[in-house]
Design a protein. Structure first.
Length: 223
């Protein structure tokens, strides 16, 4: 039986560059206990008061990881990415320490493939994901964009003209555009789940779901 990891389990974050520091900082804000590790003493000192613990160590050394108690963690994030060799070595060390859940940053598909092959449970491509998200947002039609693994997209946007002033039944959003309006936010009111009777106005924000292609076509309608 697979051991379940506590939702509030402490997290080991290796590498305090921009990605690692952002991850460690957000985990701390969420109330998680964090051990941040970096070779650079300046970065360790900078983060010492912002996270639960910050230590200077070379995570490429298995002994160094053992000395800082890395094997007591059930979740680790390998945030080093500039050196593929270091990233792979650190991930391999965490696999050797039998850490159940390893998240590792990759800078290319081939790098990610190696990380997955040696045992990283989750491979993250922050630059690629951020670039793709920005590409969708710069058009100005979308306010926020989240893509999931199976081409399922969730987008916050202003409603295109063809559906304004109509109920979702009358605008035939689902049958015409193959997307679903999940929620609507009117000015000064909280987001509410959309129903077939929901009427979308000029000033509303909507959350829609669907495939990337269908969402792009929907967002391109006359605004």
């Amino acid at each position: 039986m697979v051991e379940r990891i506590r939702h509030d389990a402490p997290v080991l974050v290796i590498g305090l560059g921009r990605f690692g520091a952002a991850t460690a900082g957000q985990l701390q804000r969420l109330g998680r206990e964090v051990l941040a590790v970096d070779e650079n003493p300046d970065l360790v000192q900078k983060w010492a008061e912002r996270v639960t613990h910050a230590v200077q160590a070379d995570a490429r050394s298995l002994d160094a990881l053992r000395q800082i108690g890395a094997n007591d963690f059930s979740i680790a994030v390998v945030a080093t990415g500039s050196s593929i060799e270091s990233s792979v070595l650190i991930t391999a060390n965490l696999v050797d320490l039998k850490i159940p859940q390893i998240w590792a940053k990759a800078i290319s598909q081939s790098h990610g493939k190696i990380l997955a092959r040696i045992g990283a449970n989750h491979v993250i491509y922050p630059e690629a994901e951020a670039g793709e998200r920005v590409a969708h947002l710069v058009s100005g039609r979308m306010i926020d964009f989240i893509e999931f693994d199976d081409d399922f997209v969730l987008v916050k946007m202003y409603p295109p003209k063809p559906i304004r002033g109509l109920s979702l039944t009358d605008s035939k959003v689902r049958s015409k555009y193959n997307i679903t309006v999940v929620g609507v936010k009117s000015p000064g009111k909280p987001f509410t789940y959309a129903t077939e009777q929901t009427v979308v106005s000029n000033h509303d924000l909507i959350i829609v779901s669907g495939t990337e292609g269908d969402i792009d076509r929907f967002a391109s309608l006359d605004h």
